[in-house]
Design a protein around this ligand. Sequence first.
Ligand code: ZN
Length: 139
Amino acid sequence: MHVRELSPSREFFLRLETGQDWRGEIEAFAEAEEIDAAWFHAMGAVQDAELLFYDQDEKSYESIFFDEPLEMAACVGNIGFLDDERFAHTHAVLSRETGGTLAGHLNSATVFAGEAHLRAFETPLVRSFDETTELDLWL
Ligand code: ZN
């Protein structure tokens, strides 16, 4: 297990812009505010969504696209550095009109409306390739 003690530095409420990319909005904010590490949660609604499922045997992501209005019932993620770029690792539980849910690693989604709470930390979060999982994990 990798552990580091953190001191929160800044906190924000964010309202995501309609028509923009959900993850892109969070990454653009982190870039503008020079936030090197953060944890966030969010809720709202999206017009479509692309989830990625990591196949643990194949060690590759499979993309699943949903072109329909969905509720962002719950979203959690963190911001760190991946290949020298700020990356918002984002997971989501999305719900349909029927109340049924879809869930997974959120690659992209078009915002209908979104609200987020973000807590930033001074200690940078940096990802690098992990040989065992073949994922980009924290150092
Ligand atoms: Zn993920």
